[in-house]
Design a protein around this ligand. Sequence first.
Ligand SMILES: *Cc1c(COP(=O)(O)O)cnc(C)c1O
Length: 384
Amino acid sequence: MDFMHQQLQQLEAASNLRHLPALIHDGRDVIVNGQRMLNLSSNDYLGLAADRRLREAFLETLTPDTFLPTSSSSRLLTGNFTGYTELEQELAQLFGTEAALVFNSGYHANTGILPAVSDAQTLILADKLVHASLIDGIRLSAARCIRYRHNDLAQAGRLVEEHHRTYSRIILVTESIFSMDGDEADLRALVALKKRYDNLLLYVDEAHAFGVCGPQGLGCAEEAGCIGDIDFLVGTFGKAAASAGAYIVCRQVVRDYLINRMRTFIFTTALPPVNIAWTLFIVRKLADMRERRAHLAHIGRLLRDALTARSYACPSTSHIVPLMVGPSADTVLRADQLQRHGFYALPVRPPTVPEGTSRIRFSLTADVRADEILRLIACIPEKS
Ligand SMILES: *Cc1c(COP(=O)(O)O)cnc(C)c1O
């Protein structure tokens, strides 16, 4: 095990060693080492996971006959409980698509769909900053992959033009809101590009936008009015929807194909029916969460404007707001400082982000108050 010791020591020396934090949750707060702090690192974007009343209301719907903690099987065998179909019909109806399919997690979705829908005659064009789960999906696929500069659609367009005759299909892969910078892809421009080629497909991961963006909370594609133009529109229930699992909304033929070809769908025990029931319970409420979405947008703007005013580069346009520090060691110190002030915000370091771009990642939720953002801002010094 010498190689492990060595590598762990290297990580430690570079301030990049990670630990599992021991923390206790209490609503919006976390308690770490006896210290209570406001959680600014959660993906509970609408504050639904912290909302005890929702859980109470859901529990009232359950009986020992409906509280089913396991599906005991893949959906292709005996795990296809009725709740799955109900949730998928609800999603298809909300999004206005022919079909929807539910997966065990966003990680399963991204590592399963891409290998299923590509072959050796496929070219994948992926944004430089796409999530690790998409990278892993690309690695598992037989496709060739080229990464284009982050959000550089001119470069993506040139690559499509250069390669579209050589490959049977090109799949362009992006997130809508990006995990680390909190900025957005221009979905309308991507759709316009797609429409110029008959073998270009779009894959959009809305992990950070589902629940948060769009009039009904369906994501950036709803906001941009282009749900029907995206071939693979994917999102997770693990973030704003306060649950676990993930979805694709798509054409019926895509759903039928994935059921037959997607290994991370076929070879795993389906999520517990009780979890699907909770997801459906939340999904049915998302459209009515307009106030929470508006408040989240408001506090995101407050924080971004303050960082810009203090001379920090702030690429974000959303509720995910990075405080760019640079060196990992400084970032860890800054995070400690904020924690002493009662704000639980975590440093994000390589390999999650590129070398030299370590940052504190604020991940705001709708139950953070504006006065708390102002107190947070007061703890952040001018960029030196
Ligand atoms: C969180 C995340 C995932 C993974 O989703 P899980 O349901 O947590 O597995 C996938 N893609 C992006 C962009 C994410 O941020």
